[in-house]
Design a protein around this ligand. Structure first.
Ligand SMILES: Cc1cc2nc3c(=O)[nH]c(=O)nc-3n(C[C@H](O)[C@H](O)[C@H](O)COP(=O)(O)OP(=O)(O)OC[C@H]3O[C@@H](n4cnc5c(N)ncnc54)[C@H](O)[C@@H]3O)c2cc1C
Length: 469
């Protein structure tokens, strides 16, 4: 009998498996797809030689993750590469606000009236970033923080809605940059704790950057899987788990799946019945003949570029998908251009680039034209650089990965209490009503992103249970 079986080889499933194997437990992972990775994979989606990340590409949470930092992933091929600027947010007038590694450069890009406010917002947290991120991302699994004062201070600033925090800024540049950061988790700007989301991404840029993985995000997953095999763990691909009986006997079953799939597979009936899924995304991967011709020079130097004219336009796009059930005319876009930092992704002189906009849950339309009209506003001539594109709306995303229910890439709405307390109101979110069944996906705290911390926290719950029995 195995000690633990993990269902799903996304970053959380693989991290959970590694954490258990490191502690001497026997572990096997079962993955539905032909390769490991889940939301951290790389494929030639368009043309030969163009290596696209179909899901995650920018890794502010990955490089800062306490779980990843404690593992020898570099020895298994993971190399973070940094663009000159972590993030840029261009405006219609041809200028841009930036998230630079330097607080001073960032503050200067926001304009003289908000530079001081920005510095006062981020500077107190930066010297304590590593401890803060560990305390925050371990909640509620490790209720005793290493630095309770900084965590409490972060809570006071972060718990209110981002619309409150944005009122501290006097000009639109800072408000727009901040609204864009909050929109990364598809949370409504007026939602509880959305200030924490924006602040977390900004602090991550200053503390450790927003890198990409050399060769593609698959390198993150391959490093985790390589380490797992070194530790004696097994990985089985092309193995979709439909019932608990499909799995070998084990003392614990750890699911890197949606709570709904877990309930179905493990026969847990009404477990997480009230769990809500959020809006979907429409994603386009591009092979380009050259770099994106952004008008703003800073955007050409950034790994990630947020596209939305102002905070009202971004808020309107989020409202359209989450409240009005329609695709926005001017979608807010998150775009990543990995080949700006990593030339291995495309043939010489060519580039890979992706963009996604938010759409209603389960939406079946085509957002390509709206996405490209939006890009043309900030990068005129963009369409002329397109060699090939691969599009994926909610149905295609859900078909690629069962965790993206209705195209929701966060595996659960990041709104209301569910942003922090997921998949249900509990101090033990990784446990289920079945004593041997655990959940470790991004449907558990700290939520979406390639950081492995849900897997790390769940593994703690598992090894405690295994040692008790
Ligand atoms: C378009 C897009 C862009 C993104 N951009 C970023 C980004 O830039 N940065 C970032 O940090 N995050 C990003 N994310 C989010 C990130 O990818 C996810 O939050 C993260 O991958 C979640 O990890 P996970 O391990 O919980 O689940 P997943 O990565 O979704 O992995 C779950 C795995 O379980 C497998 N599985 C599911 N059901 C079964 C079953 N029944 N049997 C066997 N296997 C099963 C799936 O095939 C999958 O491999 C993005 C996601 C998408 C889709």
């Amino acid at each position: 009998m195995l000690d633990a079986v993990v269902v799903g080889a996304g970053p959380n499933g693989l991290t959970a498996a590694v954490e258990l194997a490191r502690r001497g437990f026997s572990v096997a992972v079962f993955e539905a797809r032909g390769t490991v990775g889940g939301g951290a994979r790389t494929e030639e989606l368009t043309l030969p030689g163009f290596r696209h990340d179909p899901c995650s590409a920018a890794h502010p949470l990955g490089i800062s993750s306490p779980a990843f930092r404690a593992l020898p992933l570099e020895r298994h091929g993971l190399e973070w590469v940094h663009p000159e600027l972590p993030m840029a947010h261009p405006f219609p007038d041809g200028t841009a606000a930036v998230l630079a590694r330097s607080v001073a450069e960032t503050a200067a890009s926001l304009g003289p009236r908000d530079a001081g406010t920005y510095r006062r917002l981020v500077e107190p947290f930066l010297p304590r970033w590593d401890t803060l991120v560990r305390d925050f991302m371990s909640l509620p699994a490790a209720p005793l923080p290493h630095d309770p004062v900084t965590l409490a201070r972060f809570g006071l600033t972060g718990l209110p809605p981002s619309t409150w925090l944005m009122r501290r800024f006097r000009d639109e540049r800072a408000r727009t940059l901040f609204a864009g950061l909050v929109a990364h988790v598809i949370a409504p700007l007026g939602g509880l704790a959305t200030s924490a989301v924006g602040l977390m991404f900004a602090l991550a840029a200053h503390a450790r950057g927003w890198p990409v993985a050399r060769g593609g995000s698959q390198a993150v997953s391959d490093a985790l899987a390589g380490l797992l095999r070194d530790l004696g763990g097994a990985v089985h691909t092309d193995y979709e788990v439909k019932r608990l009986d499909d799995l070998p006997p084990a003392r614990a079953y750890v699911f890197d799946t949606s709570p709904t799939a877990l309930a179905r597979i493990a026969g847990l009936g009404r477990y997480c019945e009230g769990y809500r899924y959020g809006p979907g995304v429409f994603k386009i991967d591009y092979a380009l003949d050259g770099p994106v011709p952004w008008t703003a020079g800073q955007a050409r130097r950034a790994g990630t570029v947020q596209v939305g004219a102002d905070s009202a336009e971004i808020g309107g796009a989020l409202r359209a998908v989450s409240r009005e059930g329609r695709a926005p005319d001017r979608p807010f876009l998150i775009t990543v251009q990995p080949s700006v930092a990593d030339p291995t992704r495309a043939p010489a002189g060519k580039h890979v680039f992706w963009a996604y906009g938010h759409v209603p849950h389960g939406w079946t339309g085509d957002l390509t034209d709206a996405v490209e009209r939006q890009l043309e506003r900030f990068a005129p001539g963009f369409r002329d650089r397109v060699l090939a594109r691969a599009t994926a709306g909610p149905p295609e995303l859900a078909a690629r990965n069962a965790n993206y229910v209705g195209g929701d890439i966060a595996c659960g709405a990041a709104s209301g209490l569910q942003l922090l307390l997921r998949p249900r109101l509990s101090l033990h979110p990784y446990h289920t009503p079945h004593p041997a069944v655990f959940l470790c996906s991004s449907a558990t705290p700290p939520g979406p992103g390639v950081h492995g911390m849900s897997g790390h926290n769940a593994a703690r719950a598992v090894w405690r249970r295994l040692r008790q029995t």
